[in-house]
Design a binder for this molecule. Structure first.
Ligand code: ZN
Ligand code: ZN
Length: 348
């Protein structure tokens, strides 16, 4: 890993001049982690034009920081204040810093946005391996928990079972708040699991994932409890076809809008365009939602080795919904599927 962090900092250093700065004061925790390996709630790193870096943190993290390869370390509570003085024309991460904190820094550091986030889009194979493990834990937890779901079990209990199983299998923790939405609750894309017991004839949507070594898996499956009616099967087949179209559109060089449209057009063609109320997917990595975002108004093109979700859904108010989501990685030879749970309609 030693070389990886130095390579990342060198890539960042090479971008500084085009922003008119000679160093970047990185204060966003996830970006500090990406550039140094340090996981801390109070740390910042200054990366200079020549690739050298100074990492500041307080006494709680100082020993871990000293073990980070290739960086000078300073112990200071005010991490940003300590580092900003060490450059002539420093930039700051404007999307991370409050106006108050900016004022306290003094001088006039140049606000820049999303520079490290942009670097993080294309993953190295080590990052993809961590995601692969996270997705495998997610698949395994699902396979085990669905054998225990029965009428009368509440949404909340199912969510807790998924969370617990992921951790028992080796996840650091759930990657985000698990969604379990049953029956009519399935019409709410981000339903918070509650005390509703699942019933025979329900569709149950489960959206969850494992966090492993800092990397976030994200998967959604909709299953049927006991039996599936005609409209439920039709809706499922539609979303499944849209999801397949979206997956097949994933390729290095593909336009963001085109990928979103590949799936959206399938749903719109069936008259449900107004019931697909969110973007098609999002990047995953050190954050659960990160660039690139697949949406109708999205700009730009996909690159190679970008982990991303494809998650179309159709939501029918008062009745229920279906969402199917995988985490994949763009590859020149076709996308690599990381979440491998079947997309056949499962009837529990
Ligand atoms: Zn999800
Ligand atoms: Zn997602």
């Amino acid at each position: 890993m030693t070389v990886i962090y130095e390579t990342r900092r060198a890539r960042l250093a090479a971008l500084l001049a085009e922003h008119g700065i000679d160093a970047l004061l990185v204060t966003r925790g996830v970006n500090v982690r990406y550039l140094t390996g340090l996981v801390s709630s109070n740390a910042a790193v200054l990366v200079r034009e020549d690739g050298s870096a100074v990492l500041a943190t307080d006494s709680r993290y100082i020993e871990t920081a000293r073990a980070c390869p290739g960086v000078e370390v300073v112990q200071e509570r005010d991490v940003a204040g300590a580092l900003v003085k060490m450059a002539e024309r420093p930039g700051i991460e404007a999307h991370d810093m409050s106006v108050a904190r900016y004022r306290r820094l003094g001088g006039e550091p140049a606000p820049v946005e999303g520079v490290v986030e942009r670097l993080r889009v294309v993953k190295d194979e080590g990052e993809i391996e961590a995601l692969r493990t996270a997705c495998d834990l997610t698949d395994r937890a699902f396979a085990e928990v669905i054998t225990t779901i029965a009428p009368g079990m509440t949404e909340r209990r199912i969510a807790r079972a998924l969370d617990a199983r992921m951790v028992e299998l080796g996840a650091d923790r759930p990657a985000f708040d698990t969604i379990v939405a049953s029956g009519p609750n399935g019409a709410v894309p981000h339903h918070v699991p509650g005390e509703r017991p699942v019933e025979r004839g329900d569709l149950i949507t489960m959206d969850f994932g494992a966090l492993y070594d800092g990397y976030h898996a994200d998967m959604t499956r909709t299953v049927a409890m006991g039996t599936a009616s005609e409209w439920q099967r039709e809706l499922y087949d539609l979303v499944r076809a849209a999801q397949r179209a979206g997956r097949h559109a994933l390729a290095p060089g593909a336009g963001i809008q085109e990928v979103d449209a590949a799936a959206r057009d399938v749903i719109a063609g069936a008259g449900h365009g107004d019931h697909f109320v969110h973007g098609l997917g999002h990047g995953v990595g050190l954050e659960i939602h990160e660039d690139p975002f697949l949406r109708p108004a999205g700009a730009g093109r996909l690159e190679d080795r970008v982990p991303i979700t494809v998650e179309p859904g159709v939501y029918l108010p008062g009745r229920g919904g279906v969402r199917i989501e995988d985490t994949l990685v763009t590859r020149a030879g076709g996308p690599e599927l990381l979440t491998r749970t079947t997309k056949e309609l499962l009837i529990l």
